[in-house]
Design a protein around this ligand. Structure first.
Ligand code: KIV
Length: 259
């Protein structure tokens, strides 16, 4: 069942932009929660944290464990958890796994990748009162090769618009649009009554999401849709180098660090 926070998000369509970020742990979530409307435990964690080649290797248990940690850092944002690859192959499996994620993590909603191909599963979850966030455009769980932006051919554009319309009609409360050409994001955002959340999908969306590790400059991922707001790799490098020097020079621990 949609909670109050989700109903408020739906009302933000065409109003003040929705701020979303990914998180995989409690500590980072405690910081993000103050500034975000939605915190997503994305299956990007497979590539970002675990160094996997694709998000297809991510398991249900990995998502649940990270979501439990993230939940501990949430006080006001909406917590959305990605359903991992193969966990929503059919209605029965999807419902069983969705219930498990919601019961064990106490998240507010689940995100599934795809449109027409998974529409019966999405409708079923919504019928069972599970709030669902859609995801169209680039679908990392379905990509075999290098990630490339979508919306080059008119066939592809029509398919993505259709996916978004079907999801919206099915009752998802918002849709992530990933890596699509600007005018396509604009058409989708104007043609559906629910908020669109863009990642590499222009400012025509009702909100934006980034992978937090990318925004912080912690990852080495540098596609053009990312803006790095800090360079955490360099900050960590400097800090660890200073620690190393202090240990070697016996400057750490000092008097105030000992019992
Ligand atoms: O897995 C993820 O982090 C995502 C965002 C990039 C939208 O789906």
């Amino acid at each position: 069942m949609e909670n109050k926070k989700i109903r408020e998000i739906i009302k933000r369509k065409n109003k003040n932009p929705i701020v979303c970020l990914t998180s995989y742990s409690k500590t980072i979530t405690e910081i993000l929660d103050k500034y975000c409307d939605i915190v997503l435990v994305g299956d990007s964690l497979g590539m970002v944290l675990y160094g996997m080649k694709s998000t297809r290797e991510v398991t249900l248990d990995m998502m649940i464990n990270h979501a439990k940690s993230v939940k501990k850092g949430i006080s006001k944002s909406i917590l959305v958890v990605d359903m991992p690859y193969q966990s929503y192959k059919n209605k029965k499996e999807a419902y069983k796994n969705a219930k498990k994620i919601i019961k064990t993590t106490k998240c507010d909603a689940l995100k599934l990748e795809g449109g027409k191909k998974i529409i019966n599963v999405v409708k079923y979850l919504i019928k069972k009162k599970i709030p669902v966030m859609g995801h169209v455009g680039l679908l990392p769980q379905s990509e075999k090769g290098k990630f490339k932006f979508k919306g080059r051919s008119s066939f592809e554009r029509k398919r993505i618009i259709e996916d978004a319309r079907l999801l919206s009609n099915a009752g998802v409360f918002a849709i992530v649009i990933e890596c699509v050409e600007e005018s396509l994001a604009e058409i989708i955002s104007k043609s559906i009554p629910i908020p669109t959340i863009g990642i590499g999908a222009s400012k025509h969306c009702d909100g934006q999401i980034l992978v937090t590790d990318d925004l912080l400059g912690l990852s080495n991922f540098t596609p053009k849709f990312i803006r790095k707001y800090s360079n955490m790799r360099s900050i960590i490098n400097k800090s660890v180098l200073r620690f190393r020097q202090d240990v070697i020079n016996k400057n750490f621990p000092s008097r105030k660090n000992i019992y």
